[in-house]
Design a protein around this ligand. Structure first.
Ligand code: QAP
Ligand code: CO
Length: 178
């Protein structure tokens, strides 16, 4: 298993759209396990393949308190939405920033499991918001797209600055190799 590299906003690769998955093979199972491991290691509740630079319609989720109820959703589609809800969201691709976003509280959705079997299910509350957030990733959309341009630009600047500082830190550690 491998910890995958999570892309950070404003990386343009986060704007890639995920393609529908048509082959349910061992490789897909491996990717799903790597994504779960990556999500748990980063202390996330949801991760979309696009966030790890894989433009396919695959998401992993675990909203359970004990973090022992992994969900793997392939080609998820929401076909019914009900009741508005406002949720303070974060994102592994927008580390350290949280903003209120309006979503649907109740959804009916379909997905394929990792073996290629189709299921229909419903969700509300946190799980519902998480599925909407992750499907957005598969369409190249981020939660910061719902906030003001001014706030979004400020967040982009701050993340870029942090990342630059990270590079500086790395450079300090091995000055002789640069
Ligand atoms: C999406 O988000 C979500 O900034 C998943 O420093 C968020 O797992 C769905 C995270 C809220 C519904 C409600 C964020 C971890 C994790 C950070 C996440 C951070 C460390 C975000
Ligand atoms: Co996210």
């Amino acid at each position: 298993m491998t910890i995958l590299n999570i892309l950070h906003f404003p990386d343009n690769k986060l704007r890639q759209k995920g393609a529908n998955i048509e082959i349910f093979d061992e490789k897909l199972k491996e990717i799903a396990q790597d994504m779960l491991q990556t999500m748990y290691e980063a202390k996330g509740i949801g991760l979309a393949a696009v966030q790890v630079n894989l433009p396919i319609r695959l998401i992993t989720i675990d909203v359970s308190e004990k973090r022992d109820q992994p969900l793997i959703l392939v080609n998820p589609v929401i076909f019914k939405r009900d009741e508005k809800i406002t949720f303070e969201e974060g994102c592994l691709s927008v580390p350290g920033f949280y903003e209120k976003v309006e979503r649907y509280n109740k959804i009916d959705y379909s997905f394929f499991d990792i073996d290629g079997v189709e299921h229909i299910s419903n969700a509300d509350g946190l799980l519902s918001v998480c599925i909407q957030h992750e499907i957005d990733h598969l369409d190249g959309k981020l939660f910061v797209d719902y906030i003001s341009n001014m706030k979004r630009d400020r967040i982009a600047k701050k993340i870029k600055k942090h990342e630059l500082q990270g590079t500086v830190e790395q450079r300090k550690k091995v000055p002789y190799s640069i």
